[in-house]
Design a binder for this molecule. Structure first.
Ligand code: 0L1
Ligand code: MG
Length: 267
């Protein structure tokens, strides 16, 4: 049975309050065990619309792009799924390399190294390929995503995490923007350090074999909902390694071969 209007409103409030106030909540599926993936994407859309509506009144929050999640085989196996997921990036999530991330505003954050795409053209459809994506990308850049699931102990089912906008919290994009044909995105190696010590390593191929392939999947999925990418969108293409937890006082640095580096500190 589809969710009632009041259940939709209640769930959106529940997840947005947890994010704004920085506390953990029990999974939505504990209360709504029949929640489907389609319900979850609809909740995610309502959550972003509400965030933008509320934010416009205060600080001018707007949609600035899209993020992909569960793009590695390892993470899909961990969740027992065969598909990636997508969520939205809004302007209030944008962090800066020189401005510390405030730990007190977060719950149990983790950092993920990702390759960001800046779209040079709109891209919409249901049958697009990796090549179509690369033609529409203006620049690629190193990025760090901060994920911060609103759920207790970072544990959830697939509909839960989709409804929670795929654990999105903040993202930081490095200053080295290059043309996509100047680098082999699948072969790029990456080393992520925490407080100067190597924490994890990865490669572009961890993202469904090639980040552009992952983005083609996302655009085709968005296309099923009559949506797509827009010129100027930032796309976080998916983690190239495992995510690393951090706390107040920590600093995180990701060094990508041929693509430069990106970092942040946490106050
Ligand atoms: O960005 C991501 O890959 C996260 C997707 C959601 C799963 C998680 O929170 O680990
Ligand atoms: Mg991510």
């Amino acid at each position: 049975m589809p969710l009632t209007k009041s259940a939709n409103l209640e769930i959106v409030d529940y997840l947005l309050s947890a994010e704004r106030e920085g506390y953990e909540v029990t999974k939505v599926t504990e209360r709504y065990p029949d929640l489907t993936i389609d319900d979850a994407y609809s909740l995610q859309k309502q959550l972003i619309e509400r965030k933008v509506q509320d934010g416009v009144k205060r600080v001018g929050v707007k949609r600035v792009g899209v993020k992909l999640g569960l793009t590695s085989k390892a993470k899909q196996e961990m969740m027992g799924v065969h598909e990636a997921i997508y969520g939205y990036l809004t302007s209030d999530m944008l962090g800066l390399e020189w401005e510390p991330i405030v730990f007190n505003q977060l719950i149990h954050p983790k950092a993920e190294p990702e390759i960001a795409f800046l779209m040079g053209e709109d891209l919409c459809g249901t049958n697009l390929t990796e090549e179509d994506v690369l033609k529409a990308v203006k620049y690629v850049a190193p990025a760090l995503e901060i994920i911060d699931s609103r759920y207790l102990d970072f544990k959830f089912t697939l509909p839960d995490v989709v409804a929670d906008n795929c654990s999105s919290s903040r993202f930081i994009v490095g200053s080295n923007w290059i043309k996509p044909d100047q680098v082999n995105l699948a072969n790029i190696g990456m080393v992520m350090s925490k407080n100067g010590e190597v924490a994890t390593v990865g490669a572009g191929a961890a993202v469904l074999g090639h980040p552009a392939k992952a983005v083609a999947w996302a655009v085709n999925k968005l296309g099923e909902h009559k949506e797509g990418l827009k010129k100027g969108d930032i796309v976080l293409t998916g983690a190239v390694s495992e995510a690393i937890s951090f706390r107040s006082g920590d600093s995180i640095h990701a060094q990508f071969a041929d693509l430069g580096s990106v970092s942040f500190s946490c106050s």
